[in-house]
Write a protein that binds this ligand. Structure first.
Ligand code: COA
Length: 254
């Protein structure tokens, strides 16, 4: 069985690839744990100058694994904290973060991009955060950071209205830097990551810190959202939405 998170380093670029194609790269606790460890390990590794997140063709990520949400909804017990370790790792990352998105980017598949420094997306990409439709609330500090990136109205459209954006719309909102073809996206993503990794590392690090500013407010908002998100997971609205998703799978199987 292939590992759902593949980590590699080449030419001073660390690649973190989500590789669970049969589930459209839905992310489990174990996957968050591996990704958090990789991002944290880059901090002290002078051989890593940039981290690039990739998915599989057609699926960057379909978001948090809904089975894990369902587990919390039914038992009332909070699952692992790995997602928060992952979010803290990317919020506080000291190395540049890049993402190459092809296909679905749902939920955290979209909000994690808000913590990246550069996002390249294929013209087959689709971005959405159906939090409210799932009875949930925004996460990953997105309620603070999205309005900064795209302004209130577009943040509301994305995070509260569950809009589905094309790559061009995501670029127009400032979430994506560059739109390209599916068949060249990884090559282009590596070229950009490689060029970044070749820059004078001290100057780049200082510049990045200045541009990103103090992240403690983002971290605090992520924690505030997490409490509300945890409460919402056991709400009737969320249970109904999760059951609807599960029954879609059961219908498909029968
Ligand atoms: N959690 C768990 N499993 C997921 C998943 C998720 N977030 N997204 C997709 N999957 C699984 C499906 O259950 C299905 O599994 P199965 O083959 O064992 O039945 C498989 O991935 C393929 O998905 P499917 O729904 O058949 O593909 P599709 O092309 O018709 O639709 C999506 C793809 C992503 C639009 C649809 O699966 C979806 O809406 N997923 C949920 C997205 C979501 O709400 N994420 C949480 C955001 S907070």
């Amino acid at each position: 069985m292939t590992n759902p998170i593949e980590i590699s380093v080449a030419d001073q670029v660390q690649t973190i690839r989500m590789n669970r194609p049969d589930k459209k790269n839905a992310i489990t606790g174990a996957m968050y744990k591996d990704m958090a460890a990789a991002v944290n390990s880059a901090k002290a590794d002078s051989n890593i100058r940039a981290t690039l997140f990739l998915g599989v063709p057609g699926a960057f990520s379909a978001g948090n694994d809904i089975n894990d949400f369902m587990q919390v909804a039914m038992t009332g017990k909070r699952g692992s904290m790995d997602v928060f370790d992952f979010l803290e790792a990317i919020i506080m990352s000291e190395k540049p973060l890049l993402a190459g998105v092809d296909g679905l980017a749902i939920g955290i598949g979209t909000t994690m991009l808000m913590h990246c420094d550069y996002v390249i997306a294929s013209n087959q990409s689709a971005f959405s955060t159906p939090f409210v439709d799932l009875g949930l609330v925004p996460e990953a500090g997105s309620s603070l950071i999205a309005p900064r990136i795209m302004g209130h109205q577009r943040a509301f459209e994305l995070l509260a209205m569950g809009a589905k954006w094309s790559a061009d719309e995501a670029q127009g909102a400032g979430l994506v830097n560059k739109v390209t073809d599916s068949n060249s996206i990884e090559q282009e993503a590596y070229a950009i990551a490689g060029a970044l990794a070749a820059k004078p590392p001290e100057a780049l690090s200082i510049s990045r810190k200045l541009i990103r500013g103090d992240r403690s407010d983002v971290l605090a908002r992520m924690k505030e959202e997490a409490v509300l998100f945890g409460e919402r997971l056991t709400s009737e609205e969320a249970k109904t939405a999760f059951m609807a998703f599960m029954s879609k799978g059961q219908k498909k199987a029968s």
